[in-house]
Design a protein around this ligand. Structure first.
Ligand SMILES: Nc1nc2c(ncn2[C@@H]2O[C@H](COP(=O)(O)OP(=O)(O)OP(=O)(O)O)[C@@H](O)[C@H]2O)c(=O)[nH]1
Ligand SMILES: [Mg+2]
Length: 268
């Protein structure tokens, strides 16, 4: 069900250099994909929408240079009365925003435009922060997690490239998830604005191998199924129904999500 949601009505929307270049959006939830250069953001988006060529991917860092917005999902059920005069009824339910990576030729403008977007974008409902399971946490990763905490933006962390790196991926990713939860708890405590475990950051740290169709013991699709559900949950959709339905903005989701452990055990 979440899979078909992400492949329905897919379209490229626009590229934007900074906040002022994003067209007005008052109705459709947005999810931003963040992470270091070359971590696999564009590959991850392509895996989500099940289209290998949706966003351009390259082995060389610095491929994505603008914020690129993509639409997915069926036409939304927005009551006509809530549309502002002159606004068109959107034809899709969710916007996914791919971003340029940080850490490559360190551009000051990157931090500035993403920071402004996170602080000011009205329909931003959540962020997916990608971290490479073959690398250590970088200073910029900490900065982005703290920025999201300060803006009180719901955040989920996804470890990518589970298929790379030596040794057992379960051990490697499990250790990294433990370290990250400690880091996230530390940020929660120091920011102190209610951005906590569950309410701000998702305690389930998902693992993906977006670059591959099948990873042994990770299941077909490399953990993307559980990630799709968590993204829909952050964006405010009801996953208990047969169809994916948009929830009232004030209702918080209390249903099941596929956790890191579930992925590990269910597909073993
Ligand atoms: N083995 C493996 N390779 C991956 C995975 N995800 C991405 N890659 C590879 O990593 C490289 C970078 O992927 P991109 O998706 O372009 O990374 P990005 O984060 O969008 O990079 P920038 O746009 O430059 O910031 C490509 O060669 C991908 O094929 C993965 O899960 N496993
Ligand atoms: Mg990219």
């Amino acid at each position: 069900m979440p899979a078909s949601f992400f492949t329905t009505g897919f379209q490229f929307l626009y590229s934007a250099e900074s906040l002022k270049h994003h067209p007005k959006n008052l109705h459709v939830p947005e999810i931003i994909i963040l992470g270091a250069s070359n971590v696999g953001k564009s590959s991850f988006l392509n895996a989500l929408v099940n289209k290998p060529d949706a966003a351009r991917v390259s082995a060389r860092p610095g491929k994505t240079t603008l914020m690129n917005a993509f639409a997915v999902g069926p036409p939304p059920n927005i009551p006509k009365g809530t549309l502002k005069a002159g606004d068109k009824m959107p034809r899709y339910s969710l916007v996914l925003v791919d971003t340029p990576g940080y850490g490559f030729r360190s551009q000051a403008s990157w931090g500035d435009s993403v920071w402004k977007y996170i602080k000011a974008r009205k329909m931003l409902r959540g962020a997916v922060v990608l971290l490479s399971s073959e690398k250590r946490l970088m200073e910029q990763d900490r900065w982005i997690l703290r920025t999201l905490a300060e803006a009180n933006t719901r955040t989920m962390v996804v470890l990518t490239k589970a298929d790379k790196g030596g040794g057992s991926w379960t051990q490697r990713c499990g250790d990294m998830a433990t370290l990250l939860r400690d880091e996230l708890k530390k940020i929660s405590r120091s920011v102190g604005n209610g951005w906590g475990e569950g309410s701000g950051w998702n305690p389930d740290i998902h693992v993906t191998a977006a670059g591959m169709d099948h990873v042994p013991r990770l299941g077909s699709g490399g953990g993307v199924g559980g990630v799709r559900m968590s993204i829909l949950e952050m964006a405010g959709f009801d996953l208990q129904e047969k169809e994916v339905k948009k929830k009232d903005e004030t209702v918080t989701y209390g249903g099941p999500v596929v956790s890191f452990d579930d992925i590990k055990w269910k597909t073993g």
